[in-house]
Design a protein around this ligand. Structure first.
Ligand SMILES: Cc1ncc(COP(=O)(O)O)c(C=O)c1O
Length: 417
């Protein structure tokens, strides 16, 4: 099938939710994807942070083959051996006590919100007054289902679906005074991404996170961290909050957990977990034997890669900083480990760089209009970073000169008028 015919039939048959890049992907291996015409692409987006071990990792393939021939799906009506083994690893790495498994990021986040409401209801440390408000952050992204959307602080995702759920308020990103103003004893949870992903790779400020922890503790509210994009080794530690020395009451993970199979998880403390009883929450697919067996193997492999993520991440970030020093159109470089963003001074410049890189067979994307987002697989090497930097350098140069030409044309047009 050609790209043109796939586009034609998708246009006729699918809901029009995606604006895809015009590449028909055929297969992947290591850090590369190949299109149907045999062109090779260096993938610095890894399926939006999912393919952390790259493509076709032999240990992941071996587990998939073995487990697929034994048992793929079961339902949560029966036991299988992998959920508790996976929970043992995740609780050890996170410092939390218990896990619930689901299928995606947004489901993990929905479950976390439900858990916070249920916990506040049974442990209402606010006397008889209501304690069900949730504070989230401006510019956040937590997913597409209703609860997640309600806590997502970006109008473009929310507005078409209003009215959303009641009880959610927004705090200005990293504004400690705004958090103090909006927090009171009616709040049951403060929710945030430790590093905002869709919002443009913005790390939370340590003083903001520490204040959120302190305020939550002072009234029995919960601190919920969304580490669906920044967790599970992406920043060079298992969890991004481990760079801050702050421990949440609930954390959500998903994306790379089962190395490309759908799997998400809520992790929490023993104390908070008491709010859930059999029947209060559940899923048909979540935590199936195939996805969990693969996730255990993913964690085994990723554990060995954490120092590598830190080392290559620092190298990559230094190179991006060098690009910033060189090119006037670069505003800021942000992020940690292999979750990095480069903010440019205009949407046009960012669009141009993403498409130029694609023409040069390097895949990244653009988020929050002006931010180039880099989420490469953990297995990239410095030589891959060098290749991306070389191409980025020339793409930034041409985006910068296009901007100068456009400005010149505009000022010539103005002087003519
Ligand atoms: C921080 C964060 N939370 C939640 C989600 C939603 O995850 P999913 O698309 O798996 O539902 C995403 C997805 O990009 C995310 O980055």
């Amino acid at each position: 099938m050609s790209l043109a015919s796939v586009i034609r039939s998708e246009q006729k048959l699918l809901l029009p939710t995606y604006d895809r890049h015009k590449i028909l992907v055929d297969r992947g291996r290591g850090v590369y994807l190949w299109d149907a015409d045999g062109r090779r692409y260096l993938d610095f987006l890894s399926g939006i942070g999912v393919n952390a071990l790259g493509y076709g990792h032999p240990r992941i393939q071996a587990v998939i083959k073995r487990q697929a021939s034994r048992l793929i799906h079961l339902s949560n009506l029966f036991f299988h051996e992998y959920q508790s083994e996976l929970a043992k690893r995740l609780t050890k790495y996170s410092g939390l006590d218990r896990a619930f498994f689901c299928n995606s990021g947004t489901e993990a986040w929905e479950g976390a919100l439900k858990l916070a409401r249920a916990y506040a209801r049974v442990n209402n440390s606010n006397g008889h007054k209501p304690k069900w408000r949730i504070l989230a952050l401006d510019n956040s992204f937590h997913g597409r289902t209703f609860g997640s959307l309600t806590t997502t602080g970006q109008a473009k995702y929310r507005v078409p679906f209003a009215p959303l759920l009641p009880g959610v308020g927004f705090v200005t990103f990293n504004d400690v005074e705004d958090l103090k103003r909006k927090f009171d004893s009616s709040v049951c949870a403060i929710c945030l991404e430790t590093i905002q992903g869709e919002g443009g790779i913005r790390p939370i400020a340590p003083e903001f996170l520490q204040l959120a922890r302190k305020l939550a503790e002072s009234t029995g509210a919960l601190l919920i961290l969304d580490e669906i994009q920044c967790g599970l080794g992406r920043t060079g530690r298992w969890f991004a909050y481990q760079h801050y020395g702050v421990k949440p009451d609930i954390v959500t993970v998903a994306k790379p957990l089962a190395a490309g199979l759908p799997l998400g998880a809520i992790l929490t403390t023993n104390r908070v977990a008491t709010a859930f009883h059999p029947g209060m929450h559940g899923t048909t697919f979540g935590g199936g034997p195939l996805a969990c067996a693969v996730a255990i193997e993913f964690l085994r492999v990723a554990e060995k890669l954490l120092p590598h993520v830190r080392e290559v991440g620092e190298y990559f970030q230094a190179q991006l900083e060098w690009m910033k020093a060189k090119h006037g159109c670069v505003r800021e470089v942000r992020g940690k480990g292999l979750m990095l963003g480069m903010e440019l001074d205009s949407t046009d410049a960012a669009k141009s760089v993403v498409s130029q890189l694609m023409q040069r067979h390097i895949l990244i994307n653009r988020t929050n209009e002006t931010v180039l987002r880099f989420l490469p697989p953990y297995v990239i090497r410095k030589q891959h970073v060098d290749e991306v930097i070389r191409e980025l350098d020339s793409a930034l140069r041409s985006a910068g000169s296009a901007r100068v030409t456009k400005k010149n044309q505009e000022s010539i047009a103005r002087s003519r008028n």
